[in-house]
Design a protein around this ligand. Structure first.
Ligand code: KG4
Ligand code: ZN
Length: 357
């Protein structure tokens, strides 16, 4: 079985093709091979604006989708007719970007006469952890059974658009127990990057710069004294702007100070995040912690989580599958198929920019 995964919720045009390796036709299998994982990033376009401009993202998706699709077919060495399902991230995300994806998917589904599996982007970020322990790195074949996640679990999504805590009984039964009341953590790192004059997206650049500095500046930990499991990052950003302005009054922002500022900001953001994750773990006593979303590409955050939650099994996606991609959408589609969800077609598929998890 071949599943095409299409991701256009934000600024990455991602198309992947995964193969479900099954000896008998129609039998579910745990063996998954990634035949193609093509991504066209738009960093350069949005960089000069310091963040994603929805209308420009849509324009780029429209331009890139046919190219990325052809590249994926070529990489996978398959004909379009061999595709069995089209998994498509229908939300949450930027409405114009989702609309560009929808137009492409409708056209493709009509042309190939294949059903569409509507996928929640956030579900994709969590389920992709099932591909995280490929022992044989040379092979692109993954055994879903080898990542046997024990439930109940706490799910944590840390991306450019979301910061969410979930209490999960399994991948289909969960409740939201906390979320950000203002900025998402990735958005906050991107804004801090902008303040330091770093290119968008700031998250990976802050990580790199932070390694050369020390967290010598103290920044606030918003919401720490509130008993709930919600996050807030807007106050941290404001405090950072004020700190940088104060320093600028006294001296030039040289590379050394910038590195210390990056290290201080990153530490404050992660401390504030993990403070609430720790509280959730104490409250719900899960067996595992599953973390997904672009910010978990950050090695410092990964190490912090591993050392902080030693008693738990911790699951992360492979680093190259942490940020938005089509593989997680195709994989989520496969899990949904096994749950017999309602499939859509070119007449019925729809997007929902504000869809929650
Ligand atoms: O999941 P994602 O690709 O897109 C959304 O769904 O939002 O996440 C993008 C976010 C951006 O804010 C980006 O700065 C952040 O993930 N990010 C990182 C790293 N790589 C990407 N943040 C910190 N460290 C990284 N290495
Ligand atoms: Zn995402």
């Amino acid at each position: 079985m071949l599943i095409l995964g299409i991701e256009t919720t934000c600024d990455e045009t991602g198309i992947s093709i995964i193969k479900v390796i099954s000896k008998k036709l129609g039998v579910w299998s745990d063996k998954i091979e990634i035949l193609a994982n093509e991504i066209a990033t738009q960093y350069k376009i949005h960089s000069k604006y310091g963040g994603v401009v929805p209308i420009l993202a849509a324009r780029e998706h429209k331009k890139n989708l046919p190219i990325v699709y052809k590249d994926a077919l070529r990489k996978a060495k398959i004909n379009p007719e061999q595709i069995d399902y089209i998994a498509f991230a229908v939300g949450p995300g930027l409405a114009p970007a989702l609309l560009a994806g929808k137009e492409f998917v409708i056209e493709l589904s009509r042309k190939l006469d294949k059903p569409i599996i509507p996928v929640n982007h956030l579900f994709g970020h969590l389920i992709v952890s099932k591909l995280s322990s490929n022992k044989n790195l040379k092979s692109k074949i993954y055994n879903l059974k080898s990542v046997d996640i024990e439930f109940p679990a706490i799910g944590l999504i840390v991306s450019g658009g979301h910061t969410i805590l979930l209490q999960m009984n399994n991948f289909f039964e969960y409740k939201k127990i906390g979320e950000t009341v203002d900025d998402a953590i990735g958005e906050c790192l991107d804004k801090a990057g902008r303040i330091l004059g770093l290119e968008y997206p700031g998250g990976p650049k802050i990580e790199k710069l932070a390694k050369e500095g020390n967290p010598v500046f103290t920044l606030p930990k918003p919401m720490a004294f509130q008993k709930n499991l919600n996050f807030s990052f807007a106050g941290l950003k404001t405090a950072f702007v004020e700190l940088v302005d104060e320093i600028k009054l006294l001296k030039k922002l040289d590379d050394l100070i910038k590195a210390d500022l990056a290290a201080s900001f990153q530490k404050a953001a992660f401390d504030s995040l993990l403070f609430k994750v720790k509280r959730a773990v104490e409250l719900y006593k899960p067996k595992s912690l599953i973390v997904g979303g672009g910010v978990i590409a950050n090695q410092t955050l990964r190490s912090l989580i591993v050392s902080m939650f030693k008693g738990l099994s911790v699951y992360f996606p492979d680093k190259n599958l942490a940020t938005d991609n089509g593989v997680q959408i195709a994989l989520a589609g496969y899990f949904l198929l096994q749950k017999s969800i309602q499939l859509e077609n070119y007449n019925s598929v729809d997007i929902n920019a504000n869809r929650s998890i």
